[in-house]
Design a protein around this ligand. Structure first.
Ligand code: MN
Length: 364
């Protein structure tokens, strides 16, 4: 967009005394040529988004992309065309103060150079050469229905196939694997032991920093405090399995407290999230970064889960124990749990199956 004062809007939105962001005093040199750089910044503002910036005519032409650059040509993501940024912004990382424009943490998610294939006021086609992202993308303006076309509503589409040839899209629904009731397994070494939480089973589908929670129904609006799990995972795409529990001060599940949460959604759910908070205990990973993980053994899935380092105010990975099973069962009973779940270490995840590889054991 030609502009007599290329950074006027950028400057108008910021007070150099109050933001750590670069606010250059002089206008950019628009005659500069040579390598064109791009940067994608992960911005944990009021809503998480990724800022895609392309160097052109001495400034960084910018879009805020709520779910980030799509890795898969089948899925387009929304993009909001924002004000041009100074070139100095390409290396900016830091925390913009709360209350300031764009308050929150900014980190560089990827950077590199790009080739321009097409550039008009309403369509930009480029080839990105970054560390995390390579390939052809097109950004194009859309007309928002009923609203004045202010040129801000765009979409971003990947034109190349996914970089990973084995890429599989995140599933939209998976049935949970279920345990059978039984006795303690005789071969302790082949099993891992977890507490039986007795909570609300919920699968989490996380993509572009957003969490969708599912059981038989969509539970996303029932447990709003789990949204932060998406912020923590950032651009990591994952399907997770776990249980929603309300824990008492001793860390044991409080079924009564949990029951009060199950019916409410919307603003009632947000109120209850403060008075009756839940914790999402994540104990399995079913899909990660474009690959299903259900066929991998329990121990592998558990390692992948541990590497995600999921820990936050309302979510974490509960412990798994080696056994002996009898000792874990006794400890569970002593701590107010009504049982344990033994999981066969070599077993895959069988969606929707009540499997002998997961054994629910109650105290005798
Ligand atoms: Mn931003």
């Amino acid at each position: 967009m030609p502009d007599r004062e290329p950074l006027a809007e950028y400057r108008a939105k910021r007070d150099p005394a109050r933001t750590p962001e670069p606010v250059p005093a002089t206008d950019p040199d628009t005659s500069s040529a040579g390598d064109r750089t791009f940067v994608v910044q992960e911005h944990h503002a009021r809503a998480l988004h990724w800022d895609v910036r392309l160097e052109r005519d001495g400034v960084l032409v910018s879009w805020a992309v709520p779910k980030g650059l799509p890795p898969d040509p089948k899925v387009n993501h929304l993009a909001v065309h924002t004000e041009d940024h100074p070139l100095e912004y390409a290396t900016f990382e830091g925390r913009i103060g709360a209350g300031e424009y764009g308050g929150g943490q900014v980190t560089v998610w990827d950077h590199g150079t790009y080739e321009e294939l097409k550039w008009t006021d309403r369509e930009v086609q480029v080839v990105l050469h970054g560390n995390r992202v390579q390939g052809r993308y097109v950004l194009f303006a859309t007309r928002s229905k009923g609203a004045a076309d202010d040129g801000r509503s765009w979409m971003v589409h990947r034109m190349d196939p996914p970089t990973d040839p084995g890429w599989t899209p995140l599933p939209t629904d998976v049935r949970p694997m279920l345990a059978r009731s039984g006795a303690l397994p005789p071969d302790d070494g082949a099993w891992a032991y977890e507490m039986a939480w007795g909570g609300v089973r919920a699968l989490a589908f996380v993509d572009g920093g957003r969490v969708r929670l599912r059981a038989d129904d969509d539970l996303t609006g029932t447990y709003p405090e789990i949204a932060g799990l998406g912020e923590q995972l950032g651009s990591t795409i994952a399907a997770l399995d776990g249980e929603m529990v309300a824990l008492d001060v001793a860390g044991t599940p409080d079924l009564e407290r949990l029951r009060e949460r199950t019916a409410a959604t919307g603003s009632a759910a947000r109120r209850l999230a403060r008075t009756h908070p839940v914790t999402y205990l994540v104990y399995d990973v079913l899909h990660l970064e474009g690959r299903p993980t259900v066929d991998r053994p329990y121990d592998d899935r558990r390692s992948l889960l541990d590497e995600l380092q999921l820990a936050g105010p309302a979510w974490r990975v509960p412990p798994t124990f080696d056994g002996p099973g009898a000792a874990v069962l006794a400890a569970a009973a002593a701590n107010g749990f009504d049982g344990i779940v033994a999981k066969r270490r070599s077993s895959p995840y069988r969606p929707g199956v009540r499997s002998p590889d997961w054994r629910r054991v109650s105290p005798g």
